[in-house]
Design a protein. Structure first.
Lengths: 133, 332
């Protein structure tokens, strides 16, 4: 006989696995600190590359001016300026990454808790019927 | 109203039943619109300029993840721009790369917003996107996808508007000079900056208000978002003398309000007159719960009562089975 309540929970489990599982299941393979740390490392790499690309574009855009003033400009001051801007950008970007990763981990735990609740009910209903999973 | 609610329920049940087919169809329509727009606005490479190819790409996207639309669109754009000018292709590639690096970290599943936003701009209704994202998305980070779409629209718009100048390669022009020319279409584009600020701000405002626990939160969010968009755009128009008429902005905002209310009807149709407030407690917390019932009309089920029909003759075996007796007992 079809166990309506069990089917309802199983449908919910499958729907979650199909729609949100891809996003949330991998998150909980990590501890919170590891997950956030991994995101920060990835963020650091992608942020650095993005800043580098922007710097190249800025360099090409201002090539004429740079070439004209290269003999007179203070190169050390210029390098420090570029570095400070890079650090400021990276700090802002990594704060964003940190907030995002923290929130995502919290959200994933909440969703997975609901998922586990349905899973427990399915297991219980099997056990009540004397069956095994 | 009841008729509308019945139609809504029918649409919902139809979508539920045929989701397996509807999702690929919607994906391929979105992909077709995107590739067709690229073809008609940026069709510089004749080899890519055929409708068959666009259809083939769109059909392929039906079976692939939604983000593949973004990948195919980026490829088509870059190839077309390569045909126009190497510098245009390089600038677009670098801008795409920066957007990809900074944005895909946050909302990789919401890539389709980056495609929908330029489409909305082409159809003169960009104000629909913030309202839709603010209402439907759980995560305001999706705003980054919308920003990427906006940046790409203005970059490509600038290139298309000056394509003859960009394509012309004079003798003393180097690739670098062209690179600067292309970047000039993009850097200091006041309209782009204004639209980025307006769209981002209104998305966040709509998202924030619709999550509040106040009556008619969605309606308030839609109205506030639309009003904010109109006022900001109007002020910026006056300040920076931007192209486009006030009437066009007004029409765009009106369409966005209409779309917002349609979305509300489908996804958040509540009956505030029957709001209930309950309080209860457990060992750790005291709960103040506000429960607002959804407006729901059950579809009328048609029951067909048959008064006459073909008589199906009952066999000995069926009768015996029904009575749970041996067939031989019926021999009398």
């Amino acid at each position: 006989m079809i166990h309506n309540e069990r089917v309802r929970h199983m449908v919910k489990l499958q729907a979650f696995a199909d729609h949100k599982g891809k996003e949330y299941f991998p998150v909980l393979k990590y501890f919170r600190r590891d997950y956030v740390g991994l995101h920060l490392i990835k963020g650091f790499v992608s942020g650095t590359i993005a800043y580098g690309v922007c710097l190249i574009m800025w360099g090409i855009y201002n090539m004429e001016e740079l070439m004209a003033n290269i003999h007179t400009m203070d190169l050390a001051k210029f390098a420090v300026d570029v570095l400070l801007r890079y650090l400021a950008f990276l700090v802002v970007y990594l704060i964003g990454v940190f907030i995002y990763a923290e929130n995502k981990y919290t959200r994933a735990r909440k969703k997975l808790r609901a998922y586990n609740r349905h899973l427990k009910r399915v297991i219980n209903s099997f056990e009540l019927d004397g069956g095994e999973l | 109203m009841t008729a509308l609610l019945e139609i809504k329920e029918r649409i919902r049940s139809f979508c539920g039943r045929f989701e397996v087919y509807l999702v690929p169809v919607i994906k391929s329509i979105l992909a077709f619109l995107t590739f067709h727009m690229i073809r008609s606005h940026l069709g510089y490479m004749t080899q890519l300029n055929s409708m068959t190819l666009v259809l083939a790409f769109a059909l392929a996207c039906a079976l692939l993840p939604v983000n593949m639309i973004v990948v195919f669109a980026a490829l088509l754009v870059l190839l077309n721009l390569f045909s126009l000018s190497l510098a245009a292709c390089m600038v677009s590639f670098l801008v795409l790369m920066v957007l990809f690096l900074l944005y895909f970290r946050f909302s990789p599943q919401k890539g389709f917003y980056a495609v929908l936003t330029p489409l909305a701009f082409i159809f003169h209704v960009p104000y629909v996107i913030p309202v839709a994202i603010g209402l439907l998305d759980d995560n305001p980070v999706s705003v980054l996808a919308m920003m990427s779409g906006t940046v790409m629209y203005y970059l490509l718009g600038g290139i298309v508007a000056n394509d003859s100048a960009i394509a012309e390669m004079l003798e003393d022009d180097s690739v670098l000079t062209k690179f600067v020319d292309v970047l000039n279409q993009f850097v200091g584009n006041r309209e782009m900056m204004v639209m980025l600020v307006i769209l981002t701000l209104s998305t966040l405002v709509v998202w924030f208000i619709r999550r509040l626990s106040v009556d008619h939160a969605w309606a308030i969010a839609i109205s506030t978002g639309c009003l904010l968009q109109f006022i900001l755009r109007f002020i910026c128009d006056m300040q920076f003398k931007l192209p486009g008429s006030t009437l066009e902005v007004l029409a765009g905002v009106a369409v966005s309000a209409l779309v917002g209310f349609v979305l509300q009807f489908f996804f958040f149709n509540l009956d505030y007159t029957r709001t209930e407030r309950v309080q209860f407690e457990d060992d750790e917390y005291y709960y103040y719960v506000k429960a607002v019932p959804k407006i729901y009309v059950a579809g009328t089920e048609k029951k067909v009562q048959k008064f006459s029909g073909d008589d199906v003759p009952i066999t000995r075996r069926d009768l015996a089975q029904e009575m749970d007796i041996d067939e031989d007992l019926l021999d009398f």
